[in-house]
Write a protein that binds this ligand. Structure first.
Ligand code: DP6
Length: 357
């Protein structure tokens, strides 16, 4: 029970999955509140393989807030962590002030110890901050017994995190207000909507850190890329409408083509940034070519790629085509060439590719 003894920590553990955008978020109009220049849409992955697990403990005896990420203590004064902690405590305080007696023993003013673990490479373009902040905000909300719309708080940790607050197909509506109150995530369709849809992660690099992080990369893009401005104002609004329709109709061809075009345009804006940002490696480019060759071979769009701020490919396809496409990947990127790292499992698959190929 929360707060049932003076010194015994109240502990809650939760997990949150990664989400992979098919219409990308890139660029902020407000850095502090994390308000984007365009709406975006993603698929929240199954929790089996790519997730963050966070434990939060509160106790009257804790002297200060502290956080450990993957076993290493990190700086709790980071402004984004502080935003999330502040907002959750504000909601908890509001609930108590609104007269919920259950909150008297909740200890919302107690300090927290946070321990968070990712089961995938941190900051290698696999949306670790999205799962991380979504998990943090959700776990804090359980500890402090706060309910309601929490995606606006997760957004202040990392923009893409707001989309991991929901399962299935999720849009992040950019909103119009200066205070960000209408910049929230919303589920477009639940996880049960399209059960045949599969994701395959082709791990091109296990590097721990990407050369240019998303936050600073998108800042430079906003400052220097006219293509990004054009994309945000004139391309993404139409794509959002089409993508929502494609998801609702379960139209894989439309979904796949929009996904690939949007990934390509995002990386084009990275090249249009000055100095340019390169997230794709030569292996990533080989994956792109393989997907187009594969689709051409079958005369239909069976497979789609998308890349975030890193070289790893995320492949969307329907279940019926998984074995064959995995075979094609193994043929062109044989496992023995990368130390036999070949991990497979559904509904999220990982296939490790060699950087050297
Ligand atoms: C390429 O959400 O990591 O993955 O808001 O600065 O924390 P911050 O950025 P972040 O950016 C994600 C960018 C992306 C595209 C996407 O997920 O939509």
């Amino acid at each position: 029970m929360p707060g049932d003894s003076m010194d015994k920590p109240n502990t809650v553990t939760c997990t949150a999955p990664v989400n992979i955008a098919v219409i990308k978020y890139w660029g902020k109009r407000n850095e502090e509140l994390i308000l984007p220049i365009n709406s975006s849409l993603s698929v929240t992955l199954h929790q089996d393989q790519l997730k963050t697990t966070t434990t939060v403990a509160t106790s009257r005896s804790f002297q200060e807030d502290r956080i450990w990420l993957n076993g290493k203590e990190e700086d709790i004064t980071h402004p984004r962590l502080q935003s999330c902690l502040r907002e959750i405590r504000r909601l908890a305080r509001k609930r108590r002030n609104d007269g919920d007696p259950a909150l008297d023993s909740m200890g919302f003013s107690h300090k927290v110890h946070i321990c968070s673990i990712n089961d995938f490479p941190t900051a290698a373009g696999l949306a670790s901050s999205a799962a991380g902040f979504a998990c943090l905000v959700y776990t804090l909300s359980r500890v402090f017994d706060v309910e309601g719309e929490l995606s606006g708080i997760a957004r202040q940790g990392s923009g893409s995190a707001c989309r991991s607050m929901y399962g299935g197909f999720v849009q992040w509506i950019m909103g119009q207000k200066d205070d960000g109150k209408d910049s929230l995530a919303q589920q477009v369709a639940p996880e049960t909507h399209w059960p045949e849809l599969r994701v395959l992660v082709l791990v091109v690099s296990f590097a721990e850190r990407k050369p240019v992080g998303s936050t600073s990369g998108m800042q430079t893009s906003v400052q220097t890329s006219r293509l990004l401005k054009h994309r945000a104002e004139s391309v993404v609004p139409g794509r959002m409408v089409k993508m929502i329709e494609a998801v609702q109709r379960k139209d894989f061809t439309a979904f796949a083509e929009l996904t690939m075009k949007d990934s390509n345009q995002f990386h084009a804006t990275c090249l249009d940034t000055y100095p340019p940002i390169f997230y794709l490696s030569s292996v990533s480019q080989q994956v792109i070519n393989l997907v187009h060759r594969y689709n051409r071979h079958y005369g239909e769009t069976r497979v789609a790629y998308t890349f975030d701020a890193g070289p790893n490919a995320v492949i969307y396809m329907l279940q019926q085509h998984v074995p064959e496409f995995v075979q094609a990947v193994q043929h062109f990127f044989p496992p023995e060439s990368n130390g036999g790292q070949f991990v497979k499992g559904l509904p999220v698959n990982h296939v490790a590719l060699s950087e050297e190929l």
